[in-house]
Write a new protein. Structure first.
Lengths: 344, 377, 524, 320
């Protein structure tokens, strides 16, 4: 559906910049799209943009024509879209509508003009997130915590678990980074990091399966489980409460978003992929005329595009020594002294 | 022997011809009534959809307008409608054939993936001369789909294994193998998305836009291919011995066996041909719609194919008509969702209501009876 | 649901009202078929009333109206003087009407007792007391003289027992009016006799019985009065003892007709069928020959292997031992298609289950054995014009009462459907014709027509194996007669001309048997 | 493989199997009842989904898990009754109607959740709680069995009890008698005055209620909130179990348990270095092989009787 937050034709006349956010999925995922939406929403108030949202749903057969339709209207100045799945559509549409701007987050178009864009995507701003950097810190923190037996009530295994939705590059990027961080902290990722995928008909919406997997991981001695599986991950927090163990959150600060107090207590930190922030910054730069169209951008720890949450629970659960080491690692990653491997 | 029952002409002749005329008239009337009733039901379904939207407090007029006229407003949407109808028709035909042999094959999903996989593998890797570049991948898709159809077919025909379970399970296996191959072996190098390399341009199904010089989205010559396939299926069922065997087996397998038909072979063929058609639907997706392989590329489509087949009463002409109608509503639903403030959930609900009402065939009958009773009173 | 009584109009006052009365009853099916029109019928209490009529005369439909299975489109019904309108069989049952359907209505996986009590099961608090059900069924069977095995599954028992189970079902519901739609069509003479004994006993205890049959002999034996139907209407009702078969037959068909079967002597030719030591399910070491141009009858009490023997010969079952050749073709291990290619045609005993595809057209039903051969198919394509012509031709030649070749076979009455089967099988010009229950459920006119066609096929040089539950028919038509008991041939009559039904019955029941040498004489 | 074996033989694993199997068993028994009454119920998935949603919402708003469970089960039954109205009274094809109802359930649940909570994802913001686990002191003390059974959710117990209850219902009660008769030979049932549709309606209501219990287990047992689409195809697996179990309560129970075991096993094996997609395909490959094997054995057992097993499916499909 379309939520017109302000009347578009009027805003067109009034000279407001009109953003059309086309979602190849639905709002309400509580992480990625919601975060992007929040960022764009903020531009309305702070920067005077107007926003229109088009949800295409999860049926892939509808996406292509959905984008065509969305682009063909004259009710926008900027078309924003996310995820690698939309790269093809943006590459095709950008040359067809050279007067419009396209913002692509969490995916990158080919600016060489060899494939995709025939105009070398000169009107496309694309930004990717170095989720592997944040995941690296998560892995580092995880190993330090379990190696130091810092988490109360643990059995002292140097073992943690990661639950992915499905085995796709975006998820793998998390896993690879996590394992690298785990290793950097002195752990053995091949025996110490259990990785498992939800899979099935609804991999990001099957909390029962997520809970089973988390329970199995705790049963096999994992001290801490990090679900990277959308709503399926919600099951993992329940499992953590039952097992009296710990979790990491993902995409948003799940210590805040979880409503159950005992579940919240299990969340040591959350790994953030800050799509909203990236889009807000892009909008700001666009207004100032400094947004870099025509070449790829990537945001990582240094740009605050990804990161981890440091809150009261973090304070409570992470010993000062570990915190110091973690901050040192973060600085190294930011400065480029540590190169984190990627699944891409 | 003194037979006394000559087919006496004066006694039998007259009523026979009269009965004949009545029979033909009734048959004609039935067709007309059926068609009118179908149109009426769709109208009622749309009306109810209108009420659903109204009940949610949204702009029902605009929504209805988007649903009904949206698909025709712009040529790319017409293209999308035709492309969608092509896939759905092929899927509908693919299940209609086993259905006609009274085999409930739910295996279209797996067969679509198999067909897409086979066609894309050929179309990505083999360098072929122009026309062969399209035909060979299509053939590969039909072969792959047919081979996959043969598995439940043989299990059912030779062992008596339940085909509903066999096809559902096979779907689950094939989808997972497809996912595995796509992510681990076929993913385009350098692509950050899970998708295969694009098919060679020679192998992509030529777009209708190029012929008609109007943008028609992904609609391609697969549309004509589908019409040819539908005609072939009609011919197969109505005019060939195999089609006859399929029809008779579906009607009464004991009679078929008694009559000397090879029932197991017939059942196998119904699965294989159905599988081949679903494979072609997969090729249409891979070569025509996506230009490559994507995860979840046929999600849910196979069930829509069953709906189309049953709405079209397993009759090839009916299936194509049903597919056109159904995909029109699908595209209209998308337009409604994108242009108005009706959410995707409401669109899903409306589509469900339409499916349910269109299949509820006795509804007009009941309404008629109710009106008649009221009149009588 | 209570039967709705209409405004109390005084029906009969002083004399006892008729058990069943219909006034102006009519039924038009939704497809426009007017199956019953303006029927007046009155059956007094304690009478056995036979209803006769040609195929499609509307007998079954009328019975369905009386039992509430169909609702009339016109007219009124009274039961024991009370105006009633049945909304379903439960209303009829509540008023003591019971019905045994032409096509038996039993749940195959249930036992005889479970079927008998279905709908009125004994037991407390929603549970079914199966022991009590079996007991009651056994007791009821004892009382009424209908022998059944209460604990046997219905799909494993003989047709005769199923028939008896159906009657017990009605009795168990306390039926006082019993409708029997062609109950004897599938019974042996012995079973028929037993059934009649039971029915008379029921009548004597006050039961009113409506009895449908195509066998005038039976009708005359059992009924008190006969109602004749033709084309949906009642033509008349006569006292049985005052009627003659010829009179009834002419009432049925609307003109004079003779009932004799005149059969010119056979001129047997060369051997066509050669069966040696054939064994299979329920068949043990059967050896026999049939020559071209002769009809060999196979007599036997139902369930003694004749069904299985015919199906073995038709290729529908696999033999475990022995050999079968037809005209030098060894068909022993061929499937049904192979048998048909060898020149075997088969009129199956149960046309509904495997003789026809009911929802397909008559034309489709007529070409099943030749659908992939000229003239029906050429170069892998069906030729619809030829098929239409063929169907039209057969429909007129076999006097099938059907509006159009495209009409569904299922809309035909039982007798006309049988004509479709016979037309198909005989028009294949078979070398060997296996005819099982050729005239089951077929009216007299059609019966004669079938006999004539059968003899025609014989005289054209076909070998014919005729199996029938109607012994009279077997004796009249057979050039030679074999008797089967427990899957073995027990008697052989090379000239059955002087044979009586009673004498044959002794062999069928196993009281007498021929020595093996006599049975296999000349069969090497 | 050593550690894997340890895990597989552990009581925790056996307990997990029961948990994983619960929705399959309940929904499959529901499917069985409908199928035996002659109405194929493809809408199991929809019943589960609407029950899962209703249960969590009602429990969340009322504060009573029991009210939630009852309303959830009722919602499942209601959807099945809708199938009954459509199929039996309005002449709809049971399979299309089932597919349509699944679609309806998917749309309506996420619409409702969004309308009430402003959240498209699910009800995790609502404290709905879970149905209690059952600890039985007596059973807990039995070595081996005790650890497996004790502490299982009340609906897991219900699933275990449901199998004999359904068998009893089908084979020992008047209702079951009528249900089987109606499914096997509706005209025969009608001719003895059984209200065919009434029996089929009741069977569907039970069928939907059982599927509803399966759904309630997902949102109020397995986890304690509803997520859109959380049934994730379990209804179709249950449907497969109905046929794999040869339409008999015991067989259906074992088939459902088999699916649960395979899934639990896949979860345990997930850590091995095998592609996750292939691991998750194992149960289905296993089912296919089992299906072929049992069919082959049945076919071989009936070899002597050359008449082949019935080849035709139910005559639910229409052709012109
Ligand atoms: N369900 C039906 N649909 C259409 N026509 C029907 C149906 N049932 C019966 N008829 C038609 O109604 C007429 C009477 O049928 P009915 O079965 O009562 O005949 P019958 O006297 O029992 O004949 P038979 O002895 O051949 O069985 C026939 O012409 C038949 O074709
Ligand atoms: N007159 C009829 N001719 C043919 N089929 C019929 C007829 N009446 C009902 N049927 C079929 O029989 C089946 C069940 O019949 P019916 O509706 O009478 O059952 P019931 O239990 O009496 O229903 P209810 O509970 O509503 O009274 C349905 O498939 C219906 O289509
Ligand atoms: Mg009749
Ligand atoms: Mg009859």
């Amino acid at each position: 559906g379309v939520s017109t937050d302000s009347d578009s034709t009027e805003s067109g006349k009034s000279g407001k910049l009109r953003i059309k956010f086309v979602i190849n999925g639905n709002l309400g995922d509580r992480s990625f799209f919601d975060s992007a939406y929040a960022g764009l929403k903020k531009t309305e108030k702070d920067l005077g943009y107007s926003l229109k949202v088009v949800e295409l749903g999860s049926d892939r057969t509808k996406w292509s024509s959905g984008f065509e339709d969305a682009a063909s209207g004259d009710d926008y100045d900027v078309l924003a879209a996310g995820t690698v799945d939309t790269v093809g559509f943006i590459s095709k549409l950008a040359p067809e509508y050279p007067d419009k701007k396209f913002w692509l987050f969490d995916g990158s178009v080919d600016y060489t003009g060899r494939s995709g864009c025939s105009n070398k995507c000169a009107n496309v701003y694309s930004v990717t997130f170095k989720q592997n950097e944040a995941a690296y810190l998560a892995g580092f923190l995880a190993d330090k915590l379990v190696a130091a037996k810092a988490l109360p009530g643990g059995a002292g295994n140097e073992k943690v678990g990661v639950i992915g939705g499905v085995q796709i590059p975006v998820i793998e990027d998390f896993v690879v980074g996590f394992k690298a961080g785990f290793k950097a902290a002195g752990g053995n990722p091949s025996s110490g990091v259990l990785v498992q995928y939800v899979g099935g008909d609804n991999p990001f919406g099957d909390p029962a399966k997520g809970k089973q997997i988390a329970s199995a991981m705790y049963g096999q001695g994992a001290e801490l489980v990090w679900p990277v599986a959308g709503s399926s991950g919600l099951g993992a927090f329940e499992s953590a409460v039952a097992a009296k163990r710990y979790t990491f959150g993902v995409d948003s600060d799940q210590f805040k978003t979880l409503t159950d107090a005992s579940q919240r207590q299990t969340v040591v930190t959350s790994i953030l992929k800050n799509a909203g922030n990236a889009l807000y910054l892009a909008a700001k730069a666009n207004k100032a005329g400094t947004l870099a169209y025509g070449k790829p951008a990537a945001v990582g720890l240094a740009e605050n595009g990804v990161g981890y949450v440091d809150n009261t629970n973090f304070d409570k659960l992470v010993p000062a020594a570990v915190r110091t080491e973690l901050e040192a690692q973060a600085a190294k990653v930011k400065s480029g002294a540590v190169k984190v491997p990627s699944a891409f | 022997m003194t037979s006394t029952l000559e087919p006496a002409a004066e006694q039998q002749g007259r009523p026979e011809t009269q009965g004949r005329r009545e029979f033909l008239a009734t048959r004609r009337r039935t067709v007309v009534v059926e068609l009118t009733m179908t149109v009426l039901t769709v109208a009622v379904a749309v009306l109810i959809a209108f009420l659903v939207v109204l009940a949610t407090g949204k702009d029902a007029g605009g929504a209805l307008d988007a649903l009904l006229t949206g698909p025709l407003e712009r040529t790319p949407r017409i293209g999308r409608w035709l492309a969608d109808a092509t896939t759905l028709s092929l899927l509908g035909l693919s299940v209609a054939i086993p259905f006609r042999a009274r085999q409930i094959s739910l295996g279209a999903e797996g067969q679509v993936y198999a067909g897409a996989l086979a066609s894309a593998l050929v179309a990505i890797n083999l360098h072929l001369p122009p026309v062969a570049a399209v035909l060979v991948p299509l053939g590969a898709a039909a072969l792959a789909g047919g081979a996959l159809g043969a598995v439940p077919g043989v299990m059912k025909a030779r062992l008596g294994a339940n085909e509903i379970v066999a096809t559902l399970m096979l779907n689950a296996v094939v989808v997972r193998v497809f996912d595995y191959l796509l992510t681990d072996h076929l993913k385009a190098p350098g692509s950050s998305a899970v998708q295969s390399a694009p098919v060679r341009p020679d192998s992509a199904l030529p777009l209708l836009s190029d012929f008609f010089q109007v943008p028609l989205d992904q609609a391609n010559i697969g549309l004509f291919g589908m019409l040819a396939v539908a005609a072939a299926v009609w011919f197969l069922l109505a005019r060939t011995p195999l089609g006859y065997r399929i029809r008779i087996t579906g009607s009464n397998p004991d009679f078929a066996r008694y009559g000397g038909l090879d029932v197991p072979r017939t059942i196998e063929w119904s699965f294989v041909i159905g599988g081949a058609l679903a494979g072609l639907a997969g090729a249409h997706l891979a070569l025509g719609i996506y230009g490559g392989l994507q995860p979840d590329m046929a999600g849910g489509l196979a069930f829509e194919g069953i709906v189309v087949a049953l709405l079209g009463r397993n009759n090839p002409v009916g299936v194509v008509a049903a597919a056109l109608l159904y995909s029109y509503l699908r595209v209209g639903g998308d337009v409604m969702e994108q242009q108005t403030d009706v959410g995707s959930d409401a669109v899903t609900i409306i589509q469900a209501v339409i499916v349910l009402l269109v299949t509820a065939r006795a509804l007009p009958e009941l309404v008629k009876r109710y009106l008649a009773r009221r009149e009588a009173r | 649901m209570e039967p709705t009584e209409e405004t109390g109009e005084p029906v009969a006052t002083d004399t006892a009202p008729p058990a069943l009365e219909a006034v102006g009853l009519g039924k038009t099916y939704p497809n426009g078929t007017r199956a019953v029109s303006d029927v007046d019928l009155s059956v007094p209490r304690g009478e056995i009333r036979a209803i006769v009529g040609q195929n499609g005369a509307g007998k079954s439909t009328l019975m369905k109206l009386l039992y509430g299975l169909e609702q009339p489109s016109a007219g009124q019904l009274s039961v024991h003087g009370r105006r009633v309108r049945f909304s379903g069989p439960q209303d009829a049952i509540a008023l003591g009407v019971g019905m045994v359907h032409q096509n038996l209505m039993l749940v195959p996986s249930f036992t005889v007792a479970e079927n008998a009590v279905l709908g009125v099961e004994p037991g407390r608090a929603g549970r079914v007391d199966r022991a009590a059900a079996a007991e009651r069924t056994a007791a009821l069977a004892e009382q009424s003289g209908l022998a059944v095995d209460p604990t046997a599954r219905v799909d494993t028992v003989s047709v005769g027992m199923r028939q008896r189970a159906e009657i017990l079902k009605a009795l168990h519901r306390g039926a006082r009016i019993l409708i029997l739609d062609e109950p004897t069509a599938v019974l042996t003479p012995q079973e028929t006799t037993d059934l009649f004994t039971a029915v008379r006993r029921l009548r004597d205890s006050g039961m009113t019985v409506l009895f449908i049959s195509h066998k005038l002999k039976e009708v005359r034996e059992i009924s008190d009065r006969v109602t004749v139907m033709r084309a949906g209407s009642v033509i008349g009702t006569v006292r049985t003892e005052e009627s003659t078969p010829a009179q009834l037959a002419s009432m049925m068909v609307g003109r004079e007709m003779s009932l004799d079967v005149a059969k010119p002597p056979a001129r047997p030719g060369a051997r066509v069928l050669r069966v040696r030591g054939l064994s299979g399910p329920a068949v043990h070491g059967v050896s026999l020959d049939i020559a071209a141009g002769e009809i060999v009858g196979l007599a036997g009490v139902e369930g003694n292997g004749q069904t299985e023997l015919v199906e073995l010969l038709a290729g529908l079952r696999r033999p475990t031992a022995g050999s079968v050749t037809v005209d030098d073709t060894d068909v022993t291990h061929l499937d049904a298609a192979g048998h048909r290619r060898a020149g075997i045609a088969h009129v199956p005993e149960d046309r509904l289950s495997n003789g026809a595809a009911l929802d397909r057209s008559i034309a489709d039903n007529l070409i099943v054995d030749r659908h992939d051969r000229p003239p029906v198919a050429r170069r892998g394509i069906l030729r619809t014009r030829r098929i239409r012509e063929l169907a039209e031709d057969l429909i007129s030649r076999y006097a099938i009462r059907a509006p159009h070749p495209d009409a569904a076979a299922g809309a035909l009455s039982g007798g006309n459907l049988q004509k479709v089967v016979v037309a198909r099988e005989l028009s294949a010009k078979p070398r060997l014709l296996l005819a099982a229950q050729l005239t089951r459920g077929v009216d007299i006119g059609a019966m004669h027509f079938m006999y004539e066609r059968l003899l025609e096929a014989r005289d054209a040089g076909a070998a014919v194996l005729l199996v029938s539950a109607d012994l009279g028919e077997l004796l009249a038509l057979s050039d030679r007669l074999l008797v089967i008991k427990d899957g073995r041939l027990v008697a052989r009559f090379d000239d059955p001309a002087g044979l009586t039904e009673e004498a044959t019955g002794l062999y069928m029941l196993g009281v007498e048997r021929h020595p093996d040498e006599r049975i296999t004489a000349g069969v090497r | 493989m050593g550690p894997v074996l340890d895990v597989v033989l552990s009581t925790g694993f056996l307990a997990a199997i029961l948990g994983v199997s619960t929705p399959y068993v309940l929904a499959a028994l529901g499917g069985l009842l409908a199928e035996r009454a002659g109405v194929p119920n493809i809408a199991l998935e929809g019943s589960m989904l609407s029950a899962a949603c209703t249960g969590a919402l009602v429990a969340g708003y009322s504060g009573s898990v029991w009210a939630g469970a009852v309303c959830g089960i009722a919602a499942g039954a209601l959807l099945a009754l809708l199938l009954g109205v459509l199929h039996l009274y309005l002449g709809a094809d049971a399979i299309i109607a089932g597919i349509g109802l699944n679609l309806l359930a998917a749309g309506a649940t996420s619409y409702t959740v969004f309308a009430l909570l402003g959240d498209k994802g699910g009800t995790s913001r609502l404290h709905s709680g879970a149905l209690p686990s059952v600890r039985l002191p007596l059973i807990e003390d039995i070595p081996g069995v005790g650890a497996v059974l004790s502490g299982q959710n009340v609906l897991t117990w219900a699933a275990l009890a449901a199998t004999p209850v359904v068998a009893w219902l089908l084979y020992r009660t008047r209702f079951g008698f009528h249900l089987r008769a109606v499914g096997e030979h509706p005209e025969a049932a009608r001719s003895v005055g059984i209200h065919v549709h009434r029996v089929q309606f009741r069977a569907l209501a039970l069928s939907g209620a059982l599927a509803g219990a399966a759904g309630v287990f997902l949102s109020m047992g397995a986890v304690s909130f509803f997520v859109t689409g959380m049934t994730a195809g379990r209804g179709y697996i249950a449907l497969a179990a109905v046929f794999l179990g040869a339409l008999r309560p015991c067989g259906v129970f074992l088939a459902a348990l088999g699916f649960g075991t395979a899934e639990a096993l896949a979860v345990q094996l997930g850590n091995l270095d095998v592609p996750s997609q292939l691991v998750s395909a194992i149960p289905y490959v296993f089912t296919l092989l089992a299906l072929a094997f049992f069919a082959w054995r049945r076919r071989r057992a009936s070899r002597t009787d050359a008449a082949p097993a019935p080849l035709a499916g139910p005559a639910v499909l229409e052709s012109p």
